[in-house]
Design a protein around this ligand. Sequence first.
Ligand SMILES: [Zn+2]
Length: 200
Amino acid sequence: MFLSKNYCITFTAYCLLFTAYSFSQEYRNSGFSKPVNLPFNLAGSFGEPRKDHFHSGIDIKTNGVEGEPVFAIGDGYISRIKVSPYGYGKVIYITHTNGFTSVYAHLSTFYGAIEKYIHSQHYVQQKSELDLTLDATIFPVKQKDTIAFSGNTGGSTAPHLHFEIRNTKTEHALNPLDFYPKEFYVDTIPPQINKVKIYC
Ligand SMILES: [Zn+2]
């Protein structure tokens, strides 16, 4: 009895490790580049508990200032733009060709033609808050295109870029750090295991 349970635990652990490994390999092979030209010095990490939700992305520090250029991490198109005094503030969603969606939040301004388009939409809709769903023909993007400048809009208390990567189909948020090599980020907090649950 003890042996079989022990075997089961070991087997489950191997399965979990293998699954985590293959997913992180798949994510690393996505070929995404960085959303800002800065190291990933984090003010907030993926999955940490917030007041009424779990943090669904990473908060990248922007040296205490706004206006850092924000880049598309891969080819695709801008599929949603939202402007709000709350939450994500000014935010861009890019649907990529490889099955992922990236999200860039708390932006100060959008870049070039995107900013002009949003400006005109404020007039057309006679509203300061916007939530626009866009098709692939309006703003197609190439990897590393500048799309906006970082800021402190919405529910943000200091300049930073809130950055997410989601599975486009399921909309599940994934850990953006799984998509990049370790050299890209500065991680000063050692991992802490709070709870382990194994089902047999
Ligand atoms: Zn955040």
